[in-house]
Design a protein around this ligand. Sequence first.
Ligand code: XMP
Length: 525
Amino acid sequence: MPPQSPAAASISAQDEKILVLDFGSQTAQLIARRVREQNVFCQMVRHDLSADRIREIAPKGLILSGGPASVYDKGSPHPDPRIFDLGIPILGICYGMQATCHALGSKVQPGHSREFGHKTCHHTAQDPLFADVPTDSTVWMSHGDQVQDLDREFLSLASTDTCPHAAIRHKTRPIYGLQFHPEVTHSECGSQLIANFVKKIAKCEGRWSMASFIDQQVTSIRERVGHRRVICGLSGGVDSSVTAALLFKAIGSQLSCIFVDNGLLRQGESDQVREQFADHFKTDLHIVDAQKRFLDELADVSDPQKKRKIIGRVFIEVFRDEAKSIKDVDFLAQGTLYPDVIESGANPDGPAATIKSHHNVGGLPAELGFELIEPLRDLFKDEVRRLGLELGLPEHLIWRHPFPGPGLAVRCLGAVSEQRLKVLREADAVFLDELEKAGLYRKVQQAFAVLLPLQTVGVMGDGRTYEDVIAIRSVDTDNFMTADWSRLPFDLLQKVSTRITNSVRGVNRVVYDISSKPPSTIEWE
Ligand code: XMP
């Protein structure tokens, strides 16, 4: 069977969908999230996707996102003008509205300064877009240009004190525009406006749910795999576990899983994967104990990028050897998520790639020779969590913080050794345990300990000590691209510090990391 194009596979999988044409706004992904909250499948596509391709995909509606350009800029992005003749309902947001108006004959006024912040939007017209929206509501503006002279074919639906056409619609076609950003939570009726567009104007019923997603995926995985065998790498994290659970539901014992114990895992992690597997998947599991191999290769390596490279290479070698020992494998299942698909630019219909912040060492190269199955490639992280719960995976697994592919190697600053990993593991376990006890583990997005490559002076009993320093880090973030340090209670920090210095041999000092990202990163290496 020829490899199926991922784009064709993912786009044809859902019968009722909205497409977001991405003009580069920071909040374009949020539009897709808001639409999905209406139980309607939504994908981001490139801003200039042709009208022919859109007709083929047959979405129920199109949303043109905002973006940083001005319609008059040389080289500014424009949609295929024929999309306005397709008869498909269209909502232009901010730049998307300006591009729509520009294409259909209205005049966009170049802004002299950027308008940014809360505004009161006043609407008067009886229009389905404003159903259940109060006459006056707060909206979030962030634009330079705005539409000034509205073409006769358009009606103005709403205004603010500085923007005469905050919302517009075409008189005869289902084409709408909003100058503000309904997708951000600062626009208090934003979700309602998006719901109105999706349900009342694009006439979506809202049938997309995790249960229907599971049914569709199970059917399509069964059709694709037939009687052949699939392998799946398990890391102990949410994405690979949910992928395996979905595969297991679809093809049962035709699934083999490989778990590589690289010796860089957190305390108890290897056992947890084993137990979870025994409880949930009951299929062929290969646990490869490669601890010594990884640690030997890492001996005396301190440079973070070298560590990452070594771990990536050895992981692939180990995985490949184990996969070879399993007979007749045709497919490799991976837990790639939608934000990765968008960022990688892998989908020919998808938006242009942005810069990927790091290399995921868990990703296996195409040269392994398997066809890829990526059942989560249409989902955002919180949707994967919902899917995992629906598939019966335990809560503690679903809510696990992300853990980097290179594991504790990038948290053990300086050279990695079994002894230093032991210290780090113990300190990390104390911190996570106290965080759980304080009911804060699920409130922060990532928390961990780091072992620093230095000793400091301390005093214990009557004696002077010269021992290791542990840094603890906890961050609050929506997307891991930016992050703030968690304002953890002092009492909790004090408990963690006392417990670590009392119980972890070789540590006499604990510090709390109060750096945001940027300028720092979440990991220290
Ligand atoms: P940074 O440190 O770049 O981390 O702010 C952002 C998120 O990515 C995780 N991370 C990695 N994940 N391989 C991974 O699979 C890596 O090499 C890697 N480096 C960082 C990090 O834990 C955080 O969630």
